[in-house]
Design a protein around this ligand. Structure first.
Ligand SMILES: Nc1nc2c(c(=O)[nH]1)N[C@H]1C(S)=C(S)[C@@H](COP(=O)(O)O)O[C@H]1N2
Ligand SMILES: [Mo]
Length: 416
């Protein structure tokens, strides 16, 4: 045979290959699939990194809800826009309503000119173009993405009266598709001394995070598509890092550089920010894995009950450690609990919808939900979550939330 597939296990005629070939780094190169180009390290910053990017947008379409914009004024491109979770149903966020969190706006990137550099502790630094990555074996996962600042207002001394989406809308769910990160690292050749990987974005914030190499060799990916579409500019077009179950900040958008290191880089975003000050005065760093969490969407603030009688309580649950195993709901402020039904399939590190039938008798009620994941972690009570941290610490807010229902059907945010 002279078609280049010598030594490859074929599953049928005409050159169809056993997928095992793709699991071997060397196998790709043998088939002419390795496309990274030898890189001269020291690539210059693209123009998009030298000025603030485009601002946040509400999105939405006529008749449909929009994201809630929360800018860090006076910088219009900095801040967030939140997914209107309480106006949506299901676990897949429409792309125009995926939350946005930018540290210096959205850069305008020409995919044809964009390059991803893989360097540092590798055998051979490599440059990958967008069109190169389109040729690689595709990897697809349905995942949640959550900012570790999500639901941070739960640390406020009095409950903030706002919708479930405004309070918790820094989480979204999508089907992401792209290339496994390990495929590219294999091609560059991982130096045995490498322990960490630093990722850098091509935005004016030059967002830089380091993560343990073990995460990168697991299920991490370079995402190119979201719910079937090429990534939107706000989500990192043309390519972003995506680390399943890990705090959103580390999933670097507009990805331009991956550097293998022996130690973490200790960048700004993992020292002054995204570290969690503990009650004892020490700070927890690299608290990357998102905790088990659930939120109630219906009823919730702004979605008052119009009548006593039958209602379906519903919400979303997720965990960075794997699948949601169980969600319990209470209608009496946590005095008693019952298991909710989980919408199938329940996927690891993905949003899971839960439902609970409820007959409201018109008396005051306090609704809560409590999730347990397959690792056995149970969502903490607010007092327990707060107790771990120094006052004002708002990252990794996964505590149980509560909504009260008044005799008039009005729903309010309460601490219970
Ligand atoms: N380059 C770059 N990557 C970034 C950011 C950024 O500002 N610049 N924000 C991070 C933060 S804090 C979060 S929570 C997620 C948000 O992803 P999204 O905007 O697609 O929802 O992207 C992360 N990746
Ligand atoms: Mo974030």
């Amino acid at each position: 045979m002279t078609d280049g597939s010598e030594g490859w296990e074929q599953v049928a005629g005409g050159g169809l290959l056993h997928r095992r070939a793709l699991l071997l780094g060397g196998g790709l190169a043998a088939a002419g699939l390795a496309t990274g180009v030898r890189a001269a390290v020291g690539a210059r910053s693209p123009a998009g990194m030298l000025q603030p990017g485009a601002p946040l947008s509400g999105g939405g379409t006529p008749g449909n809800p929009a994201r809630r914009i929360v800018p860090d004024l006076p910088f219009p491109g900095t801040g967030s826009s939140r997914t209107p979770l309480d106006k949506l149903h299901g676990t897949r966020t429409p792309n125009g309503l995926h939350f946005e969190r930018h540290h210096n706006g959205i850069p305008d990137i020409d995919a044809a000119k964009h390059e991803l550099l893989v360097h540092g502790l590798v055998r051979q630094p490599l440059l990958f173009r967008y069109e190169d990555l389109l040729r690689y074996p595709r990897y697809t996962r349905t995942l949640f993405l959550e900012c570790s600042g999500n639901s941070g207002t739960l640390a406020a001394p009095v409950p903030v009266q706002a919708s479930a989406g405004q309070l918790n809308g820094l989480v979204s769910g999508a089907e992401w598709s792209g290339v496994r990160l390990s495929t590219l690292l294999d091609e560059a050749g991982i130096d045995p001394h490498a322990r960490w990987m630093q990722a850098e974005g091509a935005d004016a914030a030059a967002m830089t995070r380091s993560v343990p190499l073990s995460l990168c060799l697991d299920d991490a990916m370079i995402a190119l598509f979201q719910n079937g579409e090429p990534l939107r500019p706000a989500q990192g077009f043309p390519m972003r890092l995506l680390l399943p179950g890990i705090e959103g900040n580390a999933s670097v958008k507009w990805l331009r550089r991956l550097k293998l290191l022996h130690d973490p880089a200790f960048s700004r975003e993992e020292t002054s920010k995204y570290t969690d000050l503990l009650a004892g005065g020490k700070a927890e760093m690299f608290s990357l894995r998102m905790g088990v969490k659930s939120i109630l969407l219906r009823p919730s603030f702004g979605l008052d009950l119009q009548h006593p009688g039958y209602h379906e309580i519903d919400g979303l649950a997720w965990s960075g450690r794997g699948r949601i195993r169980r969600v319990e709901v209470s209608a009496d402020g946590g005095a008693s609990w019952a298991d909710a039904t989980l919408d199938q399939p329940v996927l690891p590190q993905a949003l899971t919808a839960f439902r609970m039938p409820w007959r409201w008798n018109g008396a005051p009620a306090v609704l809560m939900s409590r999730a347990t994941d397959e690792a056995g972690a149970v969502q903490p009570r607010r007092a327990d979550w707060l107790g771990k941290y120094a006052p004002g610490q708002g990252y990794h807010s996964n505590a149980i939330q509560a909504w009260s229902v008044g005799t008039d059907g009005k729903v309010a945010h309460v601490y219970a």
